[in-house]
Design a protein around this ligand. Structure first.
Ligand SMILES: O=c1ccn([C@@H]2O[C@H](COP(=O)(O)OP(=O)(O)O[C@H]3O[C@H](CO)[C@@H](O)[C@H](O)[C@H]3O)[C@@H](O)[C@H]2O)c(=O)[nH]1
Length: 468
């Protein structure tokens, strides 16, 4: 019997691309024929680098380049370049219709990003192709997204003025944790979510990069129909492995090069002594906040490795570290740490024994990487799903969250406060022990007999039954 053919369709931004590529590698390793529908051109250089690295490693995975139609400014116009690309993609999905019919062998299933799920579902069902949706955020935030159509209805009831909301499956939620765009039903972000949630009753399954040991309550609430009565089954498959590991082969030079000198420096540091600081692929702190963070890191006296960003899009991030942080800081901290700009292999850095803590914006990929590798987190959510993700970090004892720091840019957090929290995290013995315990639970989830492994086997079995 020929293997089933599965296409994956990630959306804009590395935070969406990476989990799709990880899942593509996993499904291919289980004997499926895999096609990745890759955006071209990408907004960031990091996305195109990840794509070429991925296809170098997996020459047997097919690539279809998908070029959205030129962007037209709409009434929902949002100047974020990643949102602009999502809108261009949404307006262009119909181009895929004839392409999907010509794939050989014929497609059995397509795994789509939520932002285009409705259109993909429509095209796929006309061809008897099953649709799955891969959710790239936490089960906790996904629950909020699923409730959004109801939240928007209550907007006239003055949600913004309330301190907290009682939400099904989520309990009491501080309104300050809900990303402001979700409280505005005309915002692009809200519109994309609200228009795609209803199709989640018609898809075959909802795939998530989480696991029951991390988010049991949210996964249960989603699967018991408490959030949306007829939601498709949620399969918690995480935490995802990096795709290099999935292949279990030597890593290609592209992924080694940018990280190699940094790893050399890390090799010289004591175990669990280095603080890693990174705010993901698309968050740049303000200049003032960067300087306070700089002072906080120095005052903490902690060894550090800081990946600095001064622009949302990497192609435009031209300013060098010296001019941002100042020569004197770099000179004074020559023995304390390293600040660099550019792409590093974060998963590999978090796996290094010298890393003892992570200041993170709580992008969901970063959280799941830290969980899988047992690194405590100091959560500093900046926007979007990140406060919900930070709540998962805090409630499962994986890290600390200074809630009074607010959203990114809401207030200037002082260097002294940052230094105090860094020390609390790096010296927290109980915290470290809890993080190691959750790391073990994550490992067990992926082993034979584990929950994530069970869901993955179920998915692959289902795919094989749909083979055409
Ligand atoms: O120098 C770098 C920077 C990032 N990464 C990787 O890039 C990914 C970044 O993803 P994430 O941590 O989720 O952050 P964002 O890039 O900010 O992701 C966006 O997408 C996520 C998934 O939907 C959301 O949770 C975030 O809030 C949203 O900002 C992770 O795998 C990192 O390991 C690197 O390897 N090297």
């Amino acid at each position: 019997m020929a293997p089933p053919h599965v296409a994956l369709f990630p959306c804009s931004g590395i935070g969406h691309l990476i989990p799709f590529l990880r899942l593509a590698a996993t499904v291919a390793a289980r004997g499926c024929t895999v096609t990745v529908i890759a955006l071209h051109p990408t907004v960031s250089a990091a996305e195109s680098d990840q794509l070429s690295h991925f296809f170098d490693l997996y020459p047997h995975i097919k690539c279809i380049q998908f070029q959205p139609l030129p962007f037209k400014k709409s009434k929902l116009f949002n100047e974020d370049p990643f949102f602009m690309q999502v809108e261009a993609i949404s307006n262009s999905v119909h181009i895929l219709d004839p392409i999907l019919s010509t794939l050989s062998p014929p497609l059995s299933a397509i795994i789509s990003d939520l932002s285009v799920a409705t259109s993909i579902c429509r095209i796929a069902s006309s061809k008897s192709i099953s649709t799955y949706v891969l959710i790239t955020t936490s089960a906790r935030f996904f629950s909020l997204m699923a409730l959004l159509p109801k939240l928007a209805l209550r907007e006239s009831g003055g949600i913004q003025e309330k301190a907290q909301l009682e939400l099904p499956g989520l309990g009491l939620v501080p309104v300050s944790s809900i990303p402001p765009p979700m409280l505005d039903s005309n915002h692009f972000f809200s519109t994309v979510i609200s228009s795609n949630i209803p199709c989640l009753s018609n898809v075959k399954g909802i795939l998530m990069n989480t696991f029951t040991g991390l988010e049991s309550e949210s996964i249960l609430a989603l699967n018991s129909g408490r959030i949306i009565p007829d939601l498709a089954p949620v399969l918690a498959l995480g935490p995802f492995e990096p795709f290099e590991v999935e292949r279990r082969a030597p890593v290609g030079p592209r992924s080694i090069l940018p990280t190699a000198p940094t790893l050399q420096w890390l090799d010289e540091q004591a175990p669990e002594s280095v603080l890693f600081i990174s705010f993901g692929s698309r968050t740049a702190l303000s200049r003032d906040q960067t300087l306070q963070l700089r002072d906080g890191i120095e005052k903490s006296g902690c060894k550090f490795l800081w990946i600095l960003k001064s622009n949302k899009v990497d192609k435009d991030d031209k300013e060098d570290v010296q001019s941002i942080l100042g020569e004197s800081f770099l000179e004074r901290t020559r023995k304390q740490g390293v600040a660099i700009k550019g792409w590093v292999n974060q998963d590999r850095i978090l796996a290094h024994p010298a890393i003892g803590g992570f200041i993170s914006h709580c992008g969901w990929n970063s959280v799941t990487e830290a969980v899988r590798l047992g690194v405590p987190i100091l959560a500093w959510p900046q926007h979007g799903d990140q406060k919900f993700n930070a709540a998962v970090v805090e409630s499962t004892g994986l890290g600390l969250w200074a809630k009074d720091w607010g959203w990114g840019g809401e207030k200037l957090v002082a260097g002294d406060d940052i230094a105090a929290k860094i020390s609390e995290m790096m010296l927290g013995k109980d915290l470290r022990a809890r993080v190691k315990a959750v790391k073990e639970i994550a490992r067990q989830a992926r082993e034979i007999g584990g929950t994530s492994e069970g869901f993955l086997s179920l998915l692959v079995q289902e795919l094989k039954l749909q083979e055409k």
